[in-house]
Ligand binder design. Sequence first.
Ligand SMILES: Cc1cc2nc3c(=O)[nH]c(=O)nc-3n(C[C@H](O)[C@H](O)[C@H](O)COP(=O)(O)OP(=O)(O)OC[C@H]3O[C@@H](n4cnc5c(N)ncnc54)[C@H](O)[C@@H]3O)c2cc1C
Length: 466
Amino acid sequence: MRMLFVINLMTRNQFLKILLASITSTIGERRIFPDSSKTNKEVIVIVIGAGIAGLAVARKLTTKGFQVTILEARNRIGGRIWTNKSLASSVEMGAEIIHGTKGNPITKLSDQFKLQTTKVNLENNEIFDSKGNLLSKEDHSKIEILYKKFLDKLYDLKQKVSPKDSIEYALNIFFSELNINELDKIKLEWMVRSEFEVGYGANLKNLSLKYFDENQSFVGDDILFPSGLSEVTSILARDLNIKLQNVVTKIEYDKKIKVYTSKGEFTSDFAILTLPIGILKKNKIQFSPDLPSNKQNSILNLGMGTINKIFLKFPKRFWNSGQSRFSMVTESNDQICEFNNLNPEENSTILTAFISGEKAISIEHKNKKEITKDCMEIIKKIYGNKTPNPIEIISTKWTSDPFSFGSNSYLAVNSEINDYKILSESVNDLLFFAGEATNFEYPATVHGAYLSGEREADKIIRLTGA
Ligand SMILES: Cc1cc2nc3c(=O)[nH]c(=O)nc-3n(C[C@H](O)[C@H](O)[C@H](O)COP(=O)(O)OP(=O)(O)OC[C@H]3O[C@@H](n4cnc5c(N)ncnc54)[C@H](O)[C@@H]3O)c2cc1C
C-alpha cells in the first residue's frame, strides 16, 4: 500500500518510546506458565489463521520444538496474500508491494530463500484532466505545490485537533483559507483523495486527522515478487501442521484453551489469534469469558478499510511502455480513475485499477460488464474510442470476504493512539494476538503482520522459559 506519509526516519522521541516499551514489556512479563516441568514438545499451541502473521508465529514456535497447529478457515493459506495465476501471468489479489527494503523482514526472507524480486517505480505517473488531456508541466507542479501546502496544514492542525476530526475536516479548513479557483480545487481534492484514500483504504471523512501519520516505514526501494508474493507464504508454510477449512467459531480460555471450529474441537496451552480486525468487529468468534472491555473498545475504534483491485487483461498494449501508472482527475469521487501497469513482465497486457473506501465497497455489487464499462469510460477518454475492450477481467471483493471483511486496518476518526497496542496485549497469558492490526509501528502491511507474529512467538518463548 502507498503509505505516502509514513515517517522514514525515526525521531529521537519515537526511538526512546519504542525502547521504553520494549523494556517495560520484558519486565512486565512473568514466567507464569503453570506446568514448568513440560518440555517444549509437550506445550500445545494453536494458531488461528494461516496468513503471514500466523505462519510467522507458527514457524518460530515450531522451530523451538513447540507442538503447533494452525487452524485456517479458507481452503488455502496466505490470507490477504493471494497470488492468482488464472490470467496466465500472476496478479496479486491482496498485498503486492513490499515497501522499503532496508531492514525489512520480508527482504531478509527473499534473500534467504533466493526469491526473485523487481523494483517498482510508482512515481512514473501520467495525469490527465477530465477531458483526457495530459496535464501540462505547469499544472502538474502547481497542484504539487498546493498539495505540499496542504500537508503543512495537516501537520499544523494535527497538534490542535481532537480524535474525532478527519482529514476531510482539514481539507475544508484549507479550502476556506485559500483563495484558489474551482478547477484547482477539484484537482487538489482529487490528489488528496488519490493519495490518502488509496493509501489507507478509507474515505477522507473516516481517516483520523490527529493520528494520520503515526506509523513507521522502512527506507529503500519498493519491490514486488514477479512469481507472486504467495511464494513467500508457501515457503513459510513448509512442514507446518496446518488444518484448512476449519472456521473457528468459539474460544474458551479459562485455565486452558478450547477452540471450536466447523470441523471439531481443539485444546491447547496457548492460542494465538491472527484474525483480521474485520472478523473481530463482526463478532464472528464468541469468547468465553468475554474479551476485556478495553480490547473490545479498540476493536470498535479502529477502522477496517477496503482496497479493491480490478485486473483488466487487454488483447494488446495501448499505454506507453515504461509507464507505471496513469490516472484521470475526476470531479466525482465515484469514478474509477487510476490504472497501474505493475506487472513486471515485459509487454504485459494487464492493467490494474485500485479503488478504495465506499467506491471499492460499491463495486463489489457490480457485475463484470458494469465494472468494464466504468473502467473503459475513463480509459477511452484518454486513449480514444478505438481502444479495445478487455478480454478478461477479475475484481476483488475484500469487504464481502467472510474471512476478512475488508483489506486493512487504519486509525479511524475517534480511534485512540493506543488502540493498536491494546489489540496486541495478551489476555491471562493464554490468548495472544498477532496480525497487521496489532502492529502499531507497521500496521496494514505484510512486514507489519510478519513482525507481529514473531513478536507473539517471542512472548510465549519467554513465558515458558524455552
Ligand atoms: C487489496 C490489498 C492490497 C494490499 N496491498 C499491500 C501492499 O502492497 N503491501 C503491503 O505491505 N500490504 C498490503 N496489504 C495488506 C497486507 O495484505 C496485510 O497487512 C497482511 O497480509 C495481513 O496479514 P495477517 O496475517 O495479519 O492477516 P491475514 O492475511 O488476513 O490472515 C488471517 C487469516 O485468518 C483466517 N481467518 C479468518 N477468520 C477465521 C476463522 N474464523 N477461523 C479460522 N481462520 C480464520 C483468514 O482466512 C486468513 O487466512 C494489502 C491488502 C489488501 C487486501
